[in-house]
Structures are given as structure tokens and as C-alpha cells.
Design a protein around this ligand. Structure first.
Ligand code: PA5
Length: 445
């Protein structure tokens, strides 16, 4: 169960929360009945894939096949078609999962930039290893992913021949539309569906996140079970629940003049969860000149860089600390040293986890003394079930927060602007018109 703590902050208190009751009740209705803006994109609410469902069984079967015949899975996708899978794998298996000799296939993410050097580096890691590919794109036309897939397709076909390359390629895309769907049908790739009513940033609990996670050896039954249980709790608690309190608290902070929310974790393994959160909230709320700017940091590392700003810089932000409550049983214990040359014997017998907890609490108090307010989200910790709970908690919070803010949390009209310019500059058919004007502007930069 995910918890939320806001006591002792200046801006967020029971009274301020009560002031939002009307807006929250409306947001709750939009989420439960679909009568708000973007109401046809609520598929994530009831979970696109249920544990043990036919789709889940098929995902697990494909993952088993990949685990048996491959040393590497290349995951091609960007934005919502990549961040969630990477976040889940890195949090539960560490960012070093590819180097650890666990027997699980290595999982690399490409097609999320136009960086040739990154692409080349990952492809060189495939040398001498058996490779499978999971290309993920809801629209099926995203350029970053499509360019990478064209290159990877050529690599796979020249290495395995057309038939085996197709057997080693899995496409996760729309059920009917898009260039990727047509290509997958023509080539005979096994396909997984991103449901129409689930947007990219809400898709981690569909095949988009589940297939790469299952290949990496993650217990996707537990991940989905955690999400299902959190769903039951949140959807059956009226308007009184931790996810809604967090959603309201964010809006209270914004009203109080805080323009940025910094998601704080004390675990470097959580870094990509921070990237995922930034997309979820940034793309859902940053529109119509509204919204909190979502940032993320990893303490205590970033206390030695951004900590100074948070303590004493301009008061434009608040912190939301994500705190796992279960102790890490594998946390190393600081040994005793009779000579005590480094003066650290006061820590002998403490685990790194225990030290981290004190760093967290000490920092929280110092930042509050410095005038930076903070909220706390508590969840179980580093296991698939607790992560499923946390993901669903963020889904509901994000939808509610967006509705309270007064935007459609499920569209992303602003993402198109750069694409239009890029296509014109690249000479994509149909986009020729603006090219000259853009080139003139570029010459004046
Ligand atoms: O949340 C979203 O909808 C976007 O971030 C998409 O996930 C991203 O643009 C990738 O799109 P697609 O899956 O169509 O390639």
C-alpha cells in the first residue's frame, strides 16, 4: 500500500486540502466515469493486462522463448514506449543488470535518440551474442524508433536471414493502424497490442513494459498484482485516499508559487523511475501554459551538486521524497576497525541502508529549515509487487492532478511542434512547405 505524508509543511494542511474538495470530487468523477476531457484514454485505470489473462500468458510465453534463444534483447522505443520498461528493470535489477552474471538476457534500449554513437555502441555489444528485438511504437511512425528499427532490421536479416530474423522480432503496437503494424503483418512478426485507450506514458503495465521486464527476469505476476491491489484500494475509497491527497497537494504547492516539483529518491536504482515520472507528469500537465515542472534527483549524490540550491536557492520548488519502508536485507554492514584511522567507528555495525535513512531525515529537516517544503510518498520497496503499487498510485495521482489543474491529462499536442519542423527540414513528403522559411530562420540564429 502506498502512503502519503504532508504534515508539517507550510502550505499543505488539512484545511488547504478541504478547500479543494469540489475540484477533487469532480476529478474523481472524471476518472471513474470517463466524463472528463480525454475520457476515452482511461484504459490504464482498469489495467490493460490483468495477471493471468490471455495476453499476459502470451507475453510470458514470448519472454520465455526469448530467454531460451537469446543473450540480448534490443528494445526499440521512445517516450512512453521505453521509459517505463527501463525504469522497472533498472529499479528491480539495478542499472548494472546487463553486466551482472545472473543468466538473464541483457536488455538494451535504443531508438530513443538520434545518437549514432549510442546506437553503434549497443550494436557492438551484440557481437557474438544471440539477439532478439522488441520494437515498440503505438503510432508506429515515430522517427527515432523507426530509423533505429530500419538499421536493426538490416542487421538481423543479414545475420539470421529473413525468416529467422522475423521469428526473433516482436512488435508492440496498435491493433490495426500504423506503419509498424503493416510491416509486422507483412513480415510475420509476433505482435502485442497497445490498447487504443491507453496512452504511451500510461502503458508500462501493458506489453510495452511487461515483455522487456519479463525477459529481464522480473516477476510480472507480482508487478501486476501490486497494481491491481492498489487499484482496488484507490478506486474503492471515495475521495479519501493517498493518491488524491498527493494530487491535491501538488496543486496547492503550485498555487503557493512553487513552479517545480523535484522527485527525490535516495536510491540510484530509482533514477529511471524519476525519468518515467517526469514524462508522466510533464506530458500530462504541461499544457495551456499551466503545470508544475517535474524534475528528479538522486540523493545523496545530488546533495553534493543541487543540494546547495535546494537549501538556499530561490524558493521555486518543493520536494517529493519517495521512501521505501522495507529495509534492504542485503545492505552491507560497516565493519569495525580497531585503528579507527578514518574516525568511522561510530558507524560500525550500521548498514548502508540505515545510514541512508538518517541522511534522508537529516536532509529533509535541513531543507525544511531552509524554507523548502517537502511531501513524502512511502511504498514497500524494491520488489515487483511494491513497484506495481507505486506505478498505479502515480497513474491515479497524475490523472487527478491534471483534472484538478484543469487540463486534459491524456493528450500531448505540444509534442507535434518539433516533429513538424524536423520533418520539413529533413524533406519528408508532405512537409515541404515550411522548409525555406525554417532554413532562413536557422541562418539568422
Ligand atoms: O506518452 C506518449 O504518448 C508519448 O510519449 C509516446 O509514448 C512517444 O511519443 C512514443 O510514441 P509511439 O509509441 O507512438 O512511438
Amino acid at each position: 500500500m502506498v502512503g502519503f505524508k504532508y504534515k508539517q509543511t507550510q502550505s499543505v494542511n488539512d484545511e488547504a486540502l478541504r478547500d479543494y474538495f469540489g475540484k477533487l470530487a469532480e476529478a474523481d468523477r472524471h476518472i471513474k466515469t470517463g466524463d472528463g476531457r480525454g475520457g476515452d484514454f482511461l484504459g490504464w485505470r482498469d489495467l490493460g493486462v490483468r495477471p493471468g489473462s490471455e495476453e499476459h500468458v502470451r507475453i510470458k510465453a514470448a519472454a520465455e522463448k526469448i530467454r531460451a534463444n537469446s543473450d540480448v534483447l534490443l528494445v526499440i522505443g521512445i517516450g512512453g514506449s521505453y521509459l517505463g520498461a527501463r525504469a522497472v528493470i533498472e529499479y528491480l535489477k539495478t542499472p548494472y543488470h546487463n553486466q551482472l552474471k545472473t543468466g538473464d538476457p541483457e536488455v538494451y534500449f535504443i531508438g530513443n535518440s538520434f545518437s549514432g554513437s549510442e546506437f553503434n555502441a549497443v550494436m557492438s555489444l551484440c557481437e557474438g551474442k544471440r539477439v532478439s528485438v522488441n520494437v515498440i511504437s503505438k503510432s508506429g511512425t515515430t522517427t527515432e524508433s523507426a530509423v533505429a528499427f530500419r538499421l536493426v532490421r538490416e542487421y538481423m536479416e543479414s545475420r539470421y536471414g529473413k525468416k529467422e530474423a522475423a521469428e526473433r522480432t516482436y512488435a508492440t503496437t496498435d491493433a490495426r493502424r500504423g506503419a509498424l503494424k503493416s510491416l509486422a503483418d507483412a513480415e510475420g512478426y509476433e505482435c502485442f497490442v497497445i490498447p487504443d485507450d491507453v496512452g504511451g506514458r500510461f502503458s508500462v503495465l501493458t506489453a510495452v513494459g511487461l515483455l522487456p521486464a519479463a525477459v529481464a527476469g522480473i516477476d510480472t505476476d507480482a508487478l501486476l498484482k501490486g497494481a491491481c491491489d492498489e487499484r482496488e484500494r484507490l478506486l474503492n475509497s471515495g475521495t479519501a485516499n493517498a493518491a488524491y491527497e498527493y494530487a491535491v497537494a501538488r496543486n496547492i504547492m503550485l498555487d503557493a508559487g512553487k513552479t517545480s516539483e523535484v522527485l527525490v529518491s535516495y536510491d540510484p536504482d530509482f533514477r529511471f523511475m524519476g525519468e518515467w515520472y517526469k514524462q508522466l507528469f510533464g506530458e500530462s500537465e504541461g499544457k495551456e501554459n499551466k503545470g508544475l515542472f517535474p524534475a528528479s534527483v538522486t540523493y545523496s549524490s545530488d546533495l553534493h551538486s543541487l543540494g546547495q540550491f535546494v537549501q538556499e536557492g530561490s524558493k521555486v520548488l518543493f520536494e517529493t521524497i519517495v521512501r521505501p519502508v522495507n529495509a534492504d536485507p542485503s545492505s552491507p554492514v560497516v565493519p569495525n576497525d580497531a585503528a579507527n584511522g578514518d574516525g568511522l567507528n561510530f558507524l560500525s555495525g550500521s548498514t548502508m541502508d540505515m545510514i541512508n535513512e538518517k541522511a534522508m531525515m537529516g536532509t529533509l529537516l535541513a531543507h525544511r529549515d531552509g524554507g523548502t517544503e517537502s511531501l513524502i510518498i512511502e511504498f514497500g520497496g524494491k520488489d515487483a509487487y511494491s513497484l506495481g503499487e507505486l506505478i498505479y498510485f502515480f497513474f491515479i495521482s497524475c490523472a487527478a492532478s491534471g483534472y484538478i489543474l484543469g487540463v486534459n491529462p491524456f493528450d500531448q499536442p505540444g509534442v507535434e511542434a518539433y516533429k513538424k519542423n524536423m520533418f520539413a527540414l529533413l524533406g519528408k513528403p508532405g512537409y515541404e512547405q515550411g522548409k525555406e522559411e525554417l532554413e532562413k530562420k536557422i541562418s539568422e540564429i
